[in-house]
Each structure stands twice: as structure tokens, then as C-alpha cells.
Ligand binder design. Structure first.
Ligand code: PRX
Length: 643
């Protein structure tokens, strides 16, 4: 058993389904029975909820680890999110309510969203000659055009690669070059805590190093001056005005890639996770409706940015394929004050809120008086995603935000799984704070020991046994890595997380067991940060560890050895932190940088990060007898104390 899989939480509290929430117990048990009796027939039924232009002939072809779901079928994701609603009243229903940080509000009905997507699709094909299978990079703030861009790509069969607007130029370069994108869709800038983040200038730096890019489309959002390179850069609104043509959705094969989304792994290079059309959309639609108990009147707010998988599945594809009204908010939760979220919930009468434990813990710290200022009675369901939620934060969320009346769905899943795999379905059974719950109907999870033995009661490693429709189909350009990362350890899919299960198969997810950190719900590989650090001229060697952080779940501590003779100036730590922000993005910033003469190493030269982690956390460091340089332990302790 690896050290990280020791349960950190022990929670026996059972919280009953709130009295006002209708019981779903019977319907959910039916679904479990149906899925258990014939899993493939069950998935066939879910796939039938989508519109297919050609029906599939085979539900699943499984050539481990490569799956083909709904082979022979053809459909279009944009059509399933928009056109399917045009013949019903949903046409005039709000699809998107957008609120900017400064307070501007924009609303799109489904018909309006359809119009803009279909026209932009026409621009992509007619002006830029984008063809099915071409890659398009989207680097935008959280504005409606991000959704338009994604759905327009899907409409014409182009594969979108959304890069979170917080990533730096060099992260953008890596992602564009790896995917060989032809086009970047960006904005002049976005807003964060009242200031403008200049996205276009970052794109300008990036495309200098990206030969595959022939054009950049720029949404005017902040309105500040940006350089427009003639013949390369195009104004989004001007392009849109050139056409009133609605480009028809292209029927794509079920297994055609819908998007690539880069995520951190255990090496310095992010992985381009591939999701395909039919299976992904089947699970996105099914899981959104089921997990969020979606009703036509809901105003649903998932606070994730579209740059992450949560934004793909539970801001865009899941809710829109179900005809839901979604809320989008571009800014920070504490701008202009720490009650912004509660103000938004009251203003737009949000009924479902899906957010991350990091945010919940920050709200908790800021104090109950912020939510108490607002009427939150429209809320009927709460969700949590991205990292383990500690029972204390769970209870606060339940009490202060849900007013003891809203079930909480703690949802476990990953970029690679495409959609939610584990949760306690709302209204179906009592909830246990700290436990995500059970595998969804149709999904099979097992907790295995290091040697692959199934654990029925206790902790181990989280695996998914049977293939599922929204599973990743590979890593862009690197099938070997796909196999070795997820499929070489066990016969089933290995998620990289530790988990504990009780005899009823309720699962508590304990966190990563590999060299991947989860900082504020964002995945960052320690190797990625280490390679950025050693690219900084004064640094000779670096080791990064994650330590427990009250708000962010984990915080990054960097231990660095400077090159011979390089002085430790008073500004050096800040310079190193800025360097990492510029190399990767602000999410990868170390909380502290320790300059040390040496790192704890084994005789074979392997850095013992476990010891660094123990020292940084002030917890026991465990066995250090294999160290070649045991004196360094005390030296680092002194440095940490002095810091
Ligand atoms: O460690 C798990 C954690 O987030 C990882 C997946 O990160 P990413 O691909 O960026 O997707 C985040 C949003 C789905 C997982 O390997 N994680 C996600 N949800 C939970 C969680 N850990 C505990 N409980 C959760 N509910």
C-alpha cells in the first residue's frame, strides 16, 4: 500500500435525504437493476436519447484498451445540443445566462445560440476552409463565445482543443504544436478581479512558435487595444457579419474525435486526452440528467471554466444536450466582494450549484455572513467536484448554502473518464460526508490492492473494470503512454487515485497516488513544475512536493539547489515563483521556494520526495536509513524554520 492511500477521513455520519426533496429511491434502484442485468442494452438505451442520423450496428467493440462504442452510428454533437431543440418550446428557452465581472448580463435563447453557432460554423468552413478532423485551439475567457466556438467546431467535425485562459504562452505553444492546430480562437482579453488579462498578446507570442497556425480569430471582449496582424488575425464579430448562412451539422462517425483536452501527468509533458463523439455525448447527456436530477425549470450553474473537463461535460455538452438553462460567470468569487456567488444565485434564481471543495473551503473561511446576506432559497441541489471534500466543508455547504434542504452530490471522475463515475444519486439514499458514494448505473468500479486483489472493505487503488462509453480513447499521438499510464498495472483501468470502500460499496476517494498534485482542484504534475524550475538559469536541481493546504487541498513547495556561486538574493524566491507562473501558468505557482545546498537522495541518486514532504508538512518523515546524505534532513529542517 502506498503512503497516500491511508484514509485521511473517518466519517460515520449519515445525512438523510432532505424532507422536501422527492425520493428517487425506486427509480434509481430500477436503473441499477437494469444496468446490472444487461449493461450493453442499458447503454444502448442511453444512446437512444440522442439524435443519430445513422443508427449504430454494434454497441461495443472492445480491443483492450481501445473501445469502439456505437460503431456504424453517425451523429453530430452540435446538432444534439442545439438543432434538436429547435422544433420544441426549448427553442425560446434561455440556453445561457452570462454575467461578467463588471456586472454586464447577456442572455441567449437556444434559437439565438443556434444562430450564432451555425453562422460561425459557416465562417470556419467558408473563410478558413476548416475540414472534419482539423484541430482548432480555443483560448478564451469564460464568455458565451467559448461555447459558440466549441459547438461550431463540433458542427463542422473539427476537433477542438480548449486551453484554459490561465495557461502561459509556453503552455499554449506545447498544446498547439502537439495537436497541430490550424486555427486559434481567442479574445483581446478577459477580466480577473477588476484587471484585464491580455490573452491576445499571449497568443501573439505563442503563434510565433507554431507553424501549423494559419489564422487567429479574436473576440472583442475587453475592448482594449491589441495588435492585429493583417492577413493572420480576424475580428470575430466582423467575420460573423459576413454571413447569415446556417452551416448544417456534419454527421460524424460515433468514434470520430470530438475534442482533445490536455491534462497533467507524471512526466513533464501534458497528455492530450481524446474523447470521441457518440460515447462521450451519451454519457454526458445521461449523467447530467441523472446526477443533477435535471428538470426543465432548473437554472443550472456549474462554476468550472470551459478550459477543464468539468466545463466541457457539465457546462456545455451535458446541460445543453438536455435543453437546460446554464449560468456562466466570468469573474472571481470575491469580486467586488466575497458574496458574489450568493448574489448571482439570488439574482438569477439558480437551482443547482456545482462547484469545487477549494471554493467551498474559501467561502467557509470568509464567514457565514456573506451567504446570509442573500436569499438562497432557489437552490435545491448542490454538487462538488475536483478533489476530496472534507466532512467539515461538506457539512458547512449543506447547512449554510443548502439550508439543510439540498442533497449534495460529491462526484468523482477525471478528464480521462469524460463524465461522472461515482456519486450518491440525489434523493436515492442517505449521504455520508466524505464519501463520494457508488458507481453510477452502467459503471463498474473495483478497489484493488497493490497486487490486484479486490478489496471489499478497506483501502486500495481505484479502478474501473468494464469499458464505458465516455472513456478516453487514447492520448493524442502517444498510444504507448496511454497503455502504460492506465492499462499496464491491472487488467482494468487504473485511475491513479487511492480509495477506500465499505462493504456496501460506498467509496471514499483519498487522492492521487502518483506524482500528480491537485491544487485547488487543478491537476499539476510535479515533473512539469520541476522541469520549469530547472529551466530557470540560476537553478541546478529541483524537487517539488505537495503539502496539505486548508483551502486549496494541496500547496506546492519547491526545493531547489542553485548553481555554484549563485547568490540567494532577497528577491530570488519571488523571481522563481514568477518564472513558474510564466512558464506554466498561475495555477502552478509554488507557495514557497526553499534554497537548499542538497536534496535527500538514495545511494543511487533518487530524490526522496517523501522525506521532503514530511519535512515541509512537519509530519514524521518515516524511514530515512536509505539516504546517502542523512545530514541534509536537519539542514532542511533549519531552512524551513528560518523561512
Ligand atoms: O484525484 C481525483 C480528483 O481529481 C482528479 C481528476 O482531475 P481532472 O482530470 O482535472 O478532473 C477534475 C474534474 C473531474 C482525480 O483523479 N477528483 C476529482 N473529483 C474528485 C476527486 N477526488 C476526490 N473526490 C472527488 N469528488
Amino acid at each position: 500500500m502506498t503512503e497516500n492511500t491511508t484514509p485521511r477521513l473517518s466519517e460515520d455520519r449519515l445525512i438523510n435525504v432532505p424532507a422536501g426533496f422527492p425520493s428517487t429511491h425506486y427509480a434509481v434502484s430500477q436503473l441499477f437493476t437494469e444496468a446490472a442485468s444487461d449493461r450493453l442494452a442499458f447503454w444502448d438505451n442511453q444512446a437512444r436519447q440522442l439524435k443519430w442520423t445513422t443508427p449504430w450496428h454494434t454497441t461495443l467493440e472492445w480491443n483492450r484498451p481501445f473501445a469502439s462504442w456505437f460503431s456504424g452510428g453517425r451523429l453530430n454533437a452540435s446538432e444534439n445540443c442545439l438543432d434538436v431543440h429547435m422544433a420544441s418550446d426549448t427553442r425560446n428557452k434561455l440556453a445561457v445566462i452570462w454575467e461578467g465581472e463588471g456586472g454586464a448580463i447577456t442572455r441567449y435563447t437556444y434559437a439565438e445560440l443556434h444562430d450564432e453557432v451555425a453562422r460561425f460554423a459557416s465562417v470556419l468552413v467558408n473563410t478558413f476552409n476548416i475540414k472534419p478532423g482539423d484541430r482548432v485551439t480555443i483560448y478564451l475567457p469564460l464568455i458565451p463565445q467559448a461555447i459558440v466556438a466549441m459547438l461550431a467546431c463540433a458542427r463542422v467535425g473539427a476537433i477542438h482543443s480548449v486551453v484554459f485562459g490561465g495557461f502561459s504562452a509556453s503552455s499554449l505553444i506545447d498544446r498547439i504544436n502537439d495537436s497541430q492546430s490550424r486555427l486559434v480562437i481567442t479574445a483581446d482579453g478577459g477580466y480577473r478581479r477588476g484587471s484585464v488579462v491580455g490573452l491576445k498578446s499571449i497568443v501573439d507570442q505563442a503563434v510565433e512558435c507554431c507553424d501549423s497556425i494559419s489564422a487567429v480569430i479574436v473576440v472583442r471582449h475587453t475592448g482594449h487595444d491589441v495588435t492585429m496582424v493583417s492577413g493572420r488575425d480576424f475580428d470575430y464579430t466582423e467575420l460573423l457579419h459576413t454571413t447569415h448562412d446556417h452551416y448544417p451539422p456534419i454527421p460524424m462517425s460515433s468514434e470520430d474525435p470530438l475534442f482533445i483536452l490536455y491534462t497533467s501527468g507524471t512526466t513533464g509533458k501534458p497528455k492530450g486526452i481524446i474523447h470521441t463523439t457518440g460515447g462521450y455525448l451519451t454519457h454526458a447527456k445521461y449523467s447530467t440528467a441523472l446526477v443533477f436530477d435535471l428538470k426543465p425549470v432548473d437554472i443550472y450553474w456549474c462554476t468550472a471554466d470551459v478550459g477543464w473537463i468539468t466545463g466541457h461535460t457539465y457546462v456545455v455538452y451535458g446541460p445543453l444536450s438536455n435543453g437546460a438553462t446554464i449560468m456562466l460567470y466570468e469573474g472571481a468569487p470575491d469580486y467586488p466582494d466575497k458574496d458574489r456567488f450568493w448574489q448571482i444565485i439570488n439574482r438569477h434564481k439558480i437551482t443547482i450549484l456545482y462547484t469545487a471543495p477549494t471554493a467551498i473551503r474559501a467561502f467557509m473561511k470568509w464567514g457565514d455572513h456573506y451567504p446570509h446576506r442573500h436569499d438562497l432559497s432557489s437552490l435545491r441541489l448542490l454538487g462538488s467536484v475536483g478533489e476530496p471534500i472534507n466532512p467539515e466543508a461538506w457539512m458547512w455547504y449543506f447547512r449554510e448554502i443548502g439550508r439543510n434542504q439540498c442533497p449534495i452530490v460529491d462526484t468523482w471522475w477525471q478528464t480521462e473518464t469524460g463524465g461522472i463515475m461515482i456519486t450518491t444519486l440525489p434523493g436515492s439514499e442517505p449521504m455520508r460526508p466524505g464519501y463520494a458514494g457508488k458507481a453510477l448505473p452502467g459503471i463498474t468500479i473495483e478497489i484493488l490492492s497493490d497486487t490486484g486483489v479486490r478489496i471489499q472493505n478497506g483501502s486500495g487503488l481505484l479502478t474501473i473494470t468494464d469499458p464505458w462509453p465516455s472513456m478516453a480513447r487514447g492520448i493524442w499521438g502517444d498510444n504507448e503512454r496511454f497503455i502504460s499510464t492506465y492499462w499496464s498495472r491491472f487488467n482494468s483501468y487504473f485511475a491513479g487515485d487511492g480509495a477506500a470502500t465499505d462493504p456496501e460499496q460506498s467509496i471514499m476517494v483519498l487522492g492521487r497516488v502518483d506524482d500528480v498534485l491537485n491544487v485547488a482542484g487543478h491537476r499539476i504534475g510535479t515533473m512539469e513544475i520541476e522541469s520549469a524550475l530547472v529551466d530557470f538559469n540560476p537553478i541546478a536541481e529541483a524537487a517539488v512536493v505537495g503539502i496539505t493546504d486548508d483551502i486549496k487541498g494541496q500547496a506546492i513547495i519547491a526545493f531547489t539547489i542553485l548553481k555554484e556561486g549563485h547568490p540567494i538574493t532577497p528577491t530570488l524566491e519571488a523571481e522563481v515563483i514568477n518564472w513558474v507562473a510564466t512558464s506554466i501558468g498561475a495555477i502552478a505557482k509554488p507557495k514557497r521556494v526553499i534554497f537548499t545546498p542538497d536534496l535527500p537522495k538514495t545511494r543511487s541518486g533518487k530524490i526522496m520526495r517523501r522525506i521532503l514532504k514530511g519535512l515541509a508538512e512537519g509530519s514524521p518523515i518515516g524511514d530515512s536509513t536509505t539516504l546517502a546524505n542523512p545530514d541534509i534532513v536537519e539542514a532542511i529542517k533549519d531552512l524551513l524554520n528560518k523561512h
